[in-house]
Design a protein around this ligand. Structure first.
Ligand code: SDX
Length: 431
């Protein structure tokens, strides 16, 4: 029996088998249960995958107890302080920080893929004006594969890289076009002389009738939000991208699946849900009632922007963005919306109340990013779209890693069947 193993005994019949332990560079070791069914006729049961590793990955490391988040080994605090989104995307995609010439090539390449096929405009115009931009994003990003037959061979590394760069370049353009359509404004084309984030803000908020100067405050805050949201290990939407790509689906379809998964209020939809919650509370005197509901086992109401599956300590992104949020509210004089006062009171309660402290329900990144986006006058239905744009770097990096992982096979979980065992068909006249 090797030391680096576990032995599982089925006490029902005494059968026993040994399973290797796989050891990481850092973090939890894993039991390799791939032979569990063959050796013991057993499956594992883990809804929500709380203790299940779906892959090996070199990209992002999280330690929920210590509040650690690193992209390719670099602490998120350093990247947030010293890097930018495009450089962070390069790091996630290729595993190393770019040299100056690599960065210039990458930036030039991304800038020259920002335009989308003009026929996509007809696709976007087909939506009602009241369509939620996330609904449009799912449809339009998925439709990109209809325009790029030249790069759909996922076995070809050059096709994979071109698709990844096209997605990184075009998702902001598509997001801005969706917003412009939903708000009845004319489309604005990308401007290559602008930086990645500045270009997004220009495409969203400028008007053809006058010059538009991107606010440095808004650009700085958005750059930080993008860097902090770029990747986050095997979260629900990234796992959706991986599972979709395990069948060999094209990258545009896989990223569209990730966008769909991110939309849920328990995941990327939380930033929009935070603001809707603060609007609903509307008055500080109402806070105790909502906190009471959040604690009530018989009420499925939850405080949006609080808690996290992995971080049972502070979300390091929340610590970083909380400071930026407070600085921004100070910088934007006169923005004394009552909502921000409610947010501060809610934050204080969550940090002091036993129910929240015992369950490690700290404000997460979405709590503060929602407030920043609101302070920047970002339309509420674009909040999760911002998250989707930022997470595109992580999704395409995780997708690329999966495509080169020889251990990966089509994802096909098993189940614990609890239905009727066997019964005969009954004619409808006898039922
Ligand atoms: C993101 O996975 C990622 O990495 C995601 C993400 C990323 O970058 O990709 O970090 C982005 O999705 C951040 C999370 C955004 N979601 C929200 O803010 C929505 C509100 N939060 C919750 O829905 C919840 O906290 C989750 C979904 C985030 C985590 O759910 P878990 O890990 O399944 O926790 P749980 O449901 O088991 O809750 C544990 C306890 C329960 O109470 P008890 O059964 O122990 O009595 O905490 C309670 C829950 O009822 N609880 C909350 C709560 N979140 C959990 N109670 C009140 N308000 C909340 N927000």
């Amino acid at each position: 029996m090797s030391e680096n193993s576990v032995t599982i005994t089925d006490n029902r019949n005494g059968s026993q088998a040994e399973f290797e332990i796989l050891n990481p560079v850092v973090g939890n070791s894993c039991i390799d249960v791939r032979q569990l069914n063959a050796k013991l006729g057993l499956f594992t049961y883990d809804p929500g995958f709380q203790a299940t590793a779906s892959c090996k990955s070199d990209i992002t490391y999280i330690d929920g107890d210590e509040g650690i988040l690193r992209y390719r080994g670099y602490p998120i605090e350093q990247l947030a302080e010293q890097s930018n989104y495009l450089e962070t995307s390069y790091l996630l995609m290729y595993g190393e920080l770019p040299t100056e010439s690599q960065y210039r090539e990458f930036e030039h390449s991304i800038k020259h893929h920002t335009i989308v096929h003009e026929a996509l405009m007809q696709f976007i115009n087909g939506f009602n004006n009241n369509a939620h931009p996330m609904a449009m994003m799912v449809g339009v990003v998925g439709a990109l594969s209809a325009f790029y037959h030249d790069s759909l061979d996922i076995s070809d590394p050059q096709h994979r890289d071109l698709s990844a760069r096209r997605l990184l370049a075009k998702v902001p353009t598509i997001a801005a076009l969706c917003y412009r359509h939903a708000s009845g404004k004319p489309p604005v084309y990308p401007r290559n002389k602008l930086g990645y984030i500045e270009n997004l803000l220009h495409m969203m908020f400028s008007f053809p009738s006058e010059d538009y100067l991107v606010s440095p405050i808004a650009a700085r805050a958005m750059e930080l939000i993008f860097v902090l949201h770029a990747d986050h290990e095997q979260n629900a939407s990234t796992s959706t991208v991986r599972l979709s790509s395990s069948s060999g689906a094209n990258p545009y379809a896989c990223i569209a699946a990730g966008i769909a998964s991110l939309w849920g209020p328990a995941h990327g939809g939380a930033n929009e849900a935070v603001i809707r919650m603060l609007e609903e509370i509307s008055n500080p005197s109402e806070i105790p009632g909502y906190v009471k509901r959040a604690k009530d086992k018989d009420d499925d109401y939850r405080l949006m922007g609080f808690g996290h599956r992995i971080y049972k300590n502070h979300d390091p992104r929340a610590t970083i963005i909380r400071k930026a949020c407070n600085d921004l509210l100070d910088e934007l004089e006169g923005i004394n919306q009552p909502m921000f006062e409610i947010a501060k009171q809610l934050e204080r309660i969550a940090l002091e109340d036993d129910y929240f402290v015992e369950r490690n329900l700290y404000p997460n990144v979405d709590f503060y990013s929602g407030i920043i986006l609101k302070a920047l006058d970002m339309p509420l239905n674009m909040f999760t779209v911002v998250f989707a744009m930022a997470r595109t770097a992580g999704w395409i990096s995780q997708w690329g890693e999966m495509m080169t992982d020889n251990e990966q096979r089509i994802g096909r979980p098993r189940q614990l069947y609890m239905g009727d065992e066997l019964r005969d068909y009954v004619d409808i006249r006898q039922r």
